[in-house]
Ligand binder design. Structure first.
Ligand code: ZN
Length: 643
């Protein structure tokens, strides 16, 4: 009997909207939870958001909101993103929830009373001194400071001293080392395990658990002038969500009596593999069983980021490919654990070859032939079917082979093992050629082949259900199967497809995609602010980059009748004179603009605005509805190029 299975994603920080990087971890966790349920285990899947800290408080203030309301808004984006990706978590924890706060206060009280293995106080007051970056929301280490600036934010690091409480880490490190070495605390992949052992050899200083300077957080129960700092607030979400503090029975079930698995990216390895186990030990609780650390994803070969403008919005991807294909394409891009590149260029080809061809066609062919040759009902199984024995033995081993991959977090291996069977089933059909048998009139043989093929499809629907739940349900419906046999046991059982089931096939499960018609997923970088001059026509950044910018002198200007935003300008481009129409009438009186040297997009297609021809567009800066023309020094001659 396998233990309960408890899987978590990290809680995502609310300074960002969810992108495909977050999506990747969440889909993986969803996959593991679903697969373990197929295997008959009870599974609990936790995700959530990290909402405290100066950065959040500042972001909220900038928007004139209280922090919780600000967080509510961001959280909605996460909840919707997970819905659109079919991510079916059991609980969404928020660090600003009263329940979480209560659990943290309980944990802090316990830790404050705890003694280390060598009999000292686990928590002690001290003075923290260091160089602090508000952007990073932390004191910086030597390597993170370049010329006195934060290496990430390029802003000056501030020297700060404050009274703090510390967690005494050092006495726990030898115990953690032992647990990692004897695999009581399994850290995967092996590369990350070695990294953790390396950190343990180097030794680590005690860490600060509170801040005096931060207000947006949970007050320490033993010193309300201090607020719990990041790691003692965020990490215990894994226990607050399952009843630590308010539901001992639930907590027992999902912590003590479960296989506890944390998934995360490598940037938070140290905190999860060292700080967290130490805190748990001090609190008298068991450590997580497995910590799986995956790498970083790049998109189309580039680091993903807000400023790079290459963040893939999960909604956009599911709109184009569908939910299940999105899950498949993402999880099958590269081995789980490694650094990898999400190659958008490969999505269509992969979708067409794997989903439309291999799997979609198999389902269509089998269903159509059963309709055509077997009166639309699953035929009876037969003994003497060419190639059936080999297929049966393959199908017999497959469920446990795949589950073994899943238990060891080898998602791509689990998929490719299943795909081997899909391809083998296609070959089996080619060889057995039921259409030829039908021509020869051997309808019993036809039925035997088609039963075998349908049976193999049934096994596939179970093994692929965790990655493509909706589509696999759709396929099962075609063959008259419901969710009651959606179990690994059923996948292990041959002849679990009842003959006589109605086959109802309407349309291809994965219709082919036309590569030329699939739009790009990567949202273009934010359009220039000049877009508010929208009556002249919007430009995208790509177009903008191709534009020829020239200095022009305004010779004359007049209001356009019946359009209170528009001015008709005559401009001098040095080599020629032109007329343009610009949406600046509410910001510039005609008499003020005449004589100004402005910047114009010279190679813009002519447009007719309110019946007036406009050849070019001027540039303007916009802030809070106020528009300012981009001008140049009077000494620059008209016609000079701008680059
Ligand atoms: Zn910084």
């Amino acid at each position: 009997m396998l233990k309960n299975f408890y899987v978590s994603t990290p809680i995502y920080y609310v300074n960002d909207k969810p992108h495909i990087g977050h999506g990747y971890t969440s889909i993986a966790a969803d996959f593991f939870a679903r697969f373990n349920r197929l295997a008959g285990r009870e599974a609990f899947f936790l995700t959530g958001t990290d909402e405290h800290g100066t950065k959040v408080a500042n972001a909220a203030e900038a928007k004139g909101m209280d922090p919780r309301t600000f967080c509510d808004g961001v959280v909605t984006h996460f909840v919707e993103a997970w819905k659109s990706l079919g991510v079916d978590y059991n609980y969404f924890v928020r660090t600003t929830d009263a329940r979480h706060e209560k659990a943290i206060q309980k944990l802090l009280t316990v830790l404050n009373e705890a003694k280390t293995p060598d009999g000292r106080d686990a928590i002690y007051p001290g003075v923290y001194e260091g160089l602090y970056c508000t952007g990073c929301e932390k004191f910086l280490t030597e390597g993170e400071i370049v010329d006195g600036n934060c290496s990430i934010h390029k802003t000056p690091a501030q020297h700060l001293t404050e009274r703090n409480y510390f967690f005494r880490l050092e006495p726990y490190l030898p115990i953690i080392k032992e647990k990692v070495e004897n695999n009581e605390l399994v850290i995967l992949p092996d590369e990350r395990r070695r990294e953790v052992l390396g950190l343990l050899r180097m030794g680590l200083p005690d860490f600060s658990i509170s801040r005096e300077s931060v207000t947006w957080g949970i007050k320490l129960p033993f010193d309300p002038s201090q607020v719990a700092y990041v790691w003692v607030d965020a990490l215990p979400n894994y226990i607050s969500a399952i009843g630590y503090g308010d539901d001992p029975e639930m907590f027992e079930k999902w912590w003590a009596n479960a296989e506890v698995v944390h998934l995360m990216a490598k940037d938070i390895l140290k905190f999860h593999c060292l700080y967290w186990p130490a805190m748990l030990m001090a609190a008298g609780l068991k450590c997580p069983d497995k910590i799986f650390i995956h790498g970083y994803a790049t998109v189309n070969g580039e680091k993903m980021g807000k400023s790079a403008g290459n963040q893939i919005d999960p909604h956009r991807m599911t709109e184009i490919y569908g939910v299940d294909a999105t899950r498949y394409l993402l999880l099958n891009q590269y081995p789980f654990g490694a650094d990898g590149d999400i190659k958008e260029t490969e999505f269509v080809a992969r979708y067409n070859s794997d989903l439309a061809n291999d799997l979609g066609n198999l389902v269509s062919r089998v269903a159509k032939m059963i309709n055509q040759y077997c009166h639309g009902r699953i035929p009876e199984p037969r003994a003497n079917v060419v190639g059936k024995k080999e297929m049966m033995s393959m199908a017999e081993d497959l469920p446990d082979e795949v589950f073994d991959h899943v238990r060891n977090f080898r998602i791509t291996d689990a998929i490719s093992s299943t795909w081997n069977m899909i391809r083998a089933t296609n070959r089996f059909l080619e060889n057995a050629a039921p259409w030829k048998l039908a021509k020869e009139g051997d309808m019993e043989a036809v039925g035997g082949v088609l039963y075998t093929a349908a049976e193999l499809v049934r096994v596939v629907t179970i093994l692929l259900y965790p990655i493509m739940p909706e589509k696999m349900r759709e396929v099962r419906k075609i063959f008259g199967l419901d969710d009651s046999t959606l179990t690994l046991d059923s996948a292990r059982t041959w002849f679990d497809l009842p003959h006589g089931n109605m086959v109802t096939f309407k349309t291809s499960v994965f219709p082919r995609l036309d590569a030329d018609k699939v739009p790009s997923l990567v949202a273009p970088p934010r359009e220039p602010e000049t877009e508010t001059v929208d009556e002249i026509g919007l430009v995208t950044y790509d177009h903008f980059a191709k534009m020829r910018l020239r200095v022009a002198e305004v010779i004359s200007a007049e209001k356009v009748k019946g359009a209170d935003k528009l001015l008709r300008l005559q401009i001098d481009l040095g080599s020629e004179k032109r007329q343009i129409v610009a949406g600046i009438a509410q910001h510039y009186a005609p008499e003020i603009i005449v004589g100004k040297k402005i910047v114009v997009v010279a190679n813009l297609e002519p447009a007719t605005i309110r019946g007036i021809e406009s050849r070019g567009m001027l540039l303007a800066a916009q802030k809070d509805g106020q528009l300012t023309l981009v001008t140049v020094d009077k000494d620059i001659p008209a016609g000079a190029s701008v680059s």
